[in-house]
Ligand binder design. Structure first.
Ligand code: 13P
Ligand code: SF4
Length: 320
């Protein structure tokens, strides 16, 4: 077999057959009865071979409901693959790169949650899915950016503990009118913090008709510049359903691939060109191939953490 290597156009020649790396992955995934779930922030070439591309709630639901496949390659970051393993423990859930970890999820420790619960014993704990399984095990319910407002609204309590993203906590407080106490005090996404309202103002001078979209992990100042605030897939839906021709996008660059594919005649500009999540981008086509071939890296969550975290995740699906 002759192998010629070129980043992303990796080709194989075997018995006269020329295959790209993408072709190889598609073939291997069929042979192994595997599916690839990819987050909206994944590289375009990964999105193109995925069985499903979506935001964190859509991917969790897909993973939970998957019946046929034996292997789920979760091309995203740690907490998303962990949720899949918790929700569908009979499947082999693989993360292509062990180091693909969301820094925001590391910001909320079990001790911090226990401390907050002691101070506010009557407040339910609502945790963003961007948390580690051990944290989810202490939550009453989880949420994503797509359903956080509905989840908190559906609870009887007037005060809730919410972590780890402070910007999302404040967004939920503004939308629900409830008291939302952030845990920890200053949890944040380093990628979404890169967006600045000044950049949007300049882009709006250049493209006055552009419609601005922002993720609720952006600062309030950035959210205020936006015509639409929502999860990554909610932004994709908004872009499809709105008549506007030009959009300024305040979330990670990966989502632009899907937006452009779904709306070939519309224009999409990133609100800040450096908005790249280095953790999401650790996944490459080469690593997805190796993951599928060698069936690594297995994501498993030990009991009793898995059962407790499952309850908090299932509660989210029940409420929303
Ligand atoms: P979404 O649920 O909107 O896809 O967000 C996930 C995430 O990690 C945002 O930074
Ligand atoms: Fe985590 Fe932010 Fe990357 Fe999302 S974009 S995975 S919140 S670091």
């Amino acid at each position: 077999m002759h192998i010629s290597f070129q980043m992303s156009t990796f080709t194989f020649q075997s018995q006269g057959e020329i295959m790209t790396l993408a072709d190889k992955i598609v073939k291997l995934k069929r042979e192994k009865n595997a599916i690839i779930l990819a987050h909206n922030y994944q590289r375009p070439e990964i999105q193109d071979i995925a069985d499903y591309v979506g935001d964190s709630i859509e991917l969790s639901r897909k993973a939970m409901e998957e019946r046929k496949a034996k292997i789920i390659i979760f091309s995203a970051v740690d907490f998303m693959a962990e949720s899949a393993a918790i929700l569908n423990p009979d499947k082999k859930v693989l993360l292509p790169v062990l180091g693909a970890r969301c820094p925001m999820a590391q910001m909320l420790t079990v001790d911090e949650i226990k401390r907050a619960k002691l101070q506010h014993p009557d407040a339910p704990v609502v945790l963003y899915v961007n948390t580690l399984a051990a944290a989810k095990a202490l939550a009453d319910v989880t949420c994503t950016s797509a359903n956080a407002v509905e989840i908190v609204s559906s609870l009887k309590a007037g005060t809730v503990l919410f972590g780890p993203d402070r910007n999302l906590a404040e967004y939920v407080q503004r939308r629900t009118g409830k008291k939302v106490i952030p845990i920890p005090e200053w949890g944040f996404c380093p990628t979404h913090l890169l967006f600045q309202p000044e950049d949007v103002q300049v882009l709006k001078m250049q493209y006055p008709k552009a419609v601005v979209m922002a993720h609720p992990e952006c600062t309030y100042e950035m959210q205020k510049t936006a015509d639409f605030v929502g999860s990554t897939s909610q932004m994709c839906r908004f872009a499809r359903e709105t008549n506007a021709e030009m959009f300024v996008v305040g979330t990670e660059v990966g989502v632009l691939h899907r937006m452009k594919q779904e709306n070939p005649s519309k224009k999409f500009i990133l609100a800040y060109e450096g908005a790249v999540c280095p953790n999401m981008k650790l996944n490459t086509l080469e690593r997805v191939y190796a993951s599928l071939k060698e069936e690594k890296y297995l994501v498993s969550v030990p009991e009793p953490i898995a059962s407790k975290a499952r309850k908090a995740l299932e509660k989210m699906f029940e409420l929303r």
